[in-house]
Structures are given as C-alpha cells and as structure tokens.
Ligand binder design. Structure first.
Ligand SMILES: O=P(O)(O)OC[C@H]1O[C@H](O[C@H]2O[C@H](CO)[C@@H](O)[C@H](O)[C@H]2O)[C@H](O)[C@@H](O)[C@@H]1O
Length: 372
C-alpha cells in the first residue's frame, strides 16, 4: 500500500536498528528530534512524589500557538546543521536511548513476561496529511503479527477503536481506542490469555456530549480552510496540520470558546492536533494498568511491559512504568518529549532508565528521587 500524502519520512527509511529476540527491527526507527515544549496551560506540573495535572484548557492563546508550532517534529532530516548535530549529540549523551540498549533490555526481561503496548499513529503508521489515510504497511502489519505471537500485545491509540482496528486488522490483539477509554480484548476464541473477551469503557456517559461537541466543532471550524474534525467516539480531534499557520490562533480560539460551554471536557495537544476529551482520570497510562491487570499482572514483578509511542499522550503510559514497575522499557519515538525539558525531568528520567537497565540500583534511586 502506498501513501501519497506522507508528510514525515516513512518510518521504513529508518529501519536499521537491530532488535534482539522476537522484536522485529521494522518496528523501530532511530529518531532524535527536537525537544517539544510543554503544552501551554501547564499540562504537567511536577511536585515531589506525585504528578498533578492542571486543567489543560487554560493558558494564553499565544502560548497554545507556540506549542502548536512544535507539536509534530519530523523524524528524519535530510540536512542537519552543525549546531543541530551538536545538540543531538549532547542529547544522546544525557538521554540514553532504549533503542541502543537491547542487550540490556533482553537481560532485564529474563524470566519475565514481556507485554507489548504499541501506539498507532506515528509509531506503526507514518504521519500523513489525511488522518483517514494513515495506513500501516503490510511489512509493519507482519511485524506486529509476529510480536503478538510471542507476547500479549495491545494497540493503544487516540483514535476510535473501530477505526484503529480497521487499519491494523489483526485479531488476537488488545485494542485500546480513544486514548484508552475504549478497551477491548480479543474474543475468547482468539485469545490465549486470561480474560480475553474484556471490554471496558470508563467514559460511556460522555458519548452524547462528545457527539454534540463534535457537531458544534464541525460547524465552528468549517470556515477555517484545512481544519478537520474527527470523531473518535469518546474524544474528538481537531486537526490543524493542513491549516495555514496564520489561522491557528483563530482555530484554537474557536475550540476553546466551544469548550467554555463544556466544563466536563478538557483540551490537550498531540501532533498537529487539538484533542478534546472528558475530564475523567483516565488516559493511556490507566489503560496500560487496566490491561496488565486483565492479563493477571497487577502489581506483579514478573512482567516486563514494553511501550512504544511517539506522542505526548504516550507519556501518561511511560509514567505508569516508572511508578509501578522496576523493570521498565520505554521507547519514545519523539524521544525527548518524555516530559517538558524545562522541568529538568527528562534528563533524570533518562538516567533512571539507564540505571535500571544496567542494574545500578543506587544511581537509579538517586535519579528517581530527583525527578520529583
Ligand atoms: O494515539 P495515536 O494512535 O498516536 O493517535 C493520536 C492521533 O493520531 C491521528 O492523528 C495524527 O496522525 C494523522 C495521520 O498521520 C496526522 O494527520 C495528524 O496530524 C496526527 O495528529 C488521529 O487522526 C487522531 O485522531 C489521534 O488522536
């Protein structure tokens, strides 16, 4: 299948990483993009020993626009300036990449059950202009199929679950759509794991509200060329990838004015997309916890979750890793978006990951402590 409108170099081009065990190399690409700024309105506030979130809907329009500008870094650049190369090199020194540490990862996973969590857009599929045409390649599909024969595997996406299933088309997997608010396991016949037929929808009471706000947003953004509103069942995406930059402030203003009438909904950002979702305390991280529990690994030390994602929403899952599991592997395809660089967190997080993987508990504990 070919994608005519690919806007970021296809992940396929970057496939040159050797992944040990049954993790096919086609799942990964070497990426060191630019840091993402924090979402305006204080997406993450870090206090000692806990994360707290402020309402994302707040903040100045101008800071939203700044953040929108940097919301979708390109993966692979054909030309890189000297300063960019230096920046990249110093980044790598301070932020060891999980992709270069597969031997340690394999060692860390010995005797444990690996469970795979895969984001969809930008991870399994290339980023393209038209969200309806974000197809994954057959090669990628085969890679995921292979992974799923060895390990329980879940696709965790911001998209509507049925839509992401229609792209992946693999039975036998868990699917968590709408940023984890719509979880379905494989049917019992298709599943070798406990509670295969699981179905969980913690935001079902929001369905009518989401439908309503989707229609209002369609109407309110129709005069903005390139804007696209997508109904993801338990959340809504407003895409601005094809909107001229000079119109972004107007777009975000429109969206925020609509949300003024819906205090039970909040606004966050993904890659060139504004995301409207219920204020319930549920995200990809909660979905990860739920799925591990369904698989019989609640608070277990016998599990080795591996989560691959490229978006800010995937950070919610990364946080669960560091809080709950001593053996952690995260692969962020945006790499340094783990948390806002100006919170001085990412570096510590990288050290923590490194220390954990290399078994230096003392160093890990120190880094962990200074994260908060
Ligand atoms: O959690 P994900 O699976 O990564 O879903 C997040 C959003 O992905 C889609 O949008 C992104 O991909 C599009 C296609 O490549 C691209 O055009 C857009 O700019 C990206 O933001 C999806 O359309 C959204 O609904 C998801 O929320």
């Amino acid at each position: 299948m070919t994608n005519q409108n690919v806007v970021v170099p296809d992940a396929k081009k970057g496939i040159d990483i050797t992944i040990a065990m049954a993790l096919p190399k086609s799942l990964f690409s070497p990426v060191v993009p630019k840091p993402l700024p924090a979402a305006p309105g204080g997406y993450f506030t870090i206090t000692r020993k806990r994360f707290s979130k402020k309402t994302e809907t707040g903040g100045k329009i101008s800071s939203w626009v700044d953040s929108m500008r940097d919301s979708s870094p390109t993966r692979v650049k054909s030309t890189t300036s000297l300063s960019e190369t230096e920046e990249k090199n110093s980044w790598i020194v301070n932020h060891p990449s999980a992709l270069n540490m597969f031997e340690q990862i394999v060692k860390g996973s010995k005797g444990k059950q690996i469970v795979m969590f895969l984001d969809y857009d930008g991870t399994l599929s290339p980023i393209v202009e038209d969200p309806d045409r974000a197809f994954m390649t057959n090669e990628m599909r085969e890679a995921v199929r292979d992974v799923a024969t060895y390990f329980p595997t879940a696709i965790v996406s911001g998209r509507c679950r049925n839509k992401v299933y229609s792209f992946v088309r693999l039975a036998g997997l868990y699917y968590a759509g709408s940023h984890g608010m719509d979880i379905k396991g494989p049917s019992k016949n298709n599943c070798k794991y406990k509670k295969g037929g699981v179905l969980f929808q913690p935001a079902s009471e929001f369905l009518p509200m989401i439908d309503e706000v989707y229609n209002v947003l369609l109407e309110r953004t129709k005069s903005i060329p390139g804007a696209k509103v997508e109904n993801n069942k338990f959340c809504v995406s407003v895409h601005f990838r094809c909107v001229e930059e000079k119109m972004w402030a107007i777009l975000v203003e429109q969206v925020r004015s609509v949300l003024n009438d819906y205090p039970k909904l909040r606004l966050t950002q993904g890659r060139k997309v504004l995301e409207i979702r219920p204020t319930i305390k549920w995200d990809k991280g909660k979905a990860l916890e739920f799925l591990l529990e369904s698989l019989g690994y609640a608070n277990s030390t016998d599990v080795f979750p591996v989560y691959i994602g490229d978006d800010r929403t995937d950070e919610d899952a990364f946080k669960v890793y560091i809080i709950l599991y001593s053996s952690i592997v995260f692969v962020s395809l945006t790499n340094n978006s783990i948390l806002s660089p100006n919170l001085n967190y990412s570096e510590q997080f990288g050290t923590y990951v490194n220390a954990k993987l290399t078994g230096s508990k003392k160093q890990g504990a120190r880094a962990w402590d200074s994260c908060f």
